[in-house]
Write a protein that binds this ligand. Structure first.
Ligand code: SF4
Length: 108
């Protein structure tokens, strides 16, 4: 007994379509999470404000170590040379590599 190739193809199409429909809501969640992670941290964010975050470290009045910036903080995970990158204490929001806040910890 031989199978009709068009029926096999139709079954495969239905399986793929069903899987795609089932996965669609999760794709939206993943895209939303990615967008949240790429959001820039605002100086007016309540936590950022409490920690004295400034996008320009030279404008942070509580900064004592003049070499300290987000780019050399252990909580910063931006790529070398990038203008900004994620900060772990702000849930991965982007901070300026030349920024600073009072939670700064020297990168080892
Ligand atoms: S914890 Fe570090 S990387 Fe994050 S904002 Fe403060 S100084 Fe910048």
């Amino acid at each position: 007994m031989t199978r009709d190739p068009s029926q096999s193809s139709r079954r495969r199409f239905i399986k793929i379509s069903t899987a795609a429909l089932a996965a669609a809501p999760f794709a939206g969640v993943l895209l939303t999470k990615a967008a949240e992670a790429a959001e820039a941290l605002s100086e007016s964010d309540p936590t950022a404000s409490a920690l004295g975050y400034k996008m320009d470290a030279t404008k942070a009045p509580n900064r004592k170590d003049k070499t300290s910036v987000c780019g050399n903080c252990s909580l910063y995970s931006g790529k070398p040379g990038a203008t900004d990158g994620p900060c772990s204490i702000f849930g991965g929001k982007l901070v300026s590599a030349k920024g600073w806040c009072s939670a700064w910890v020297k990168k080892a």
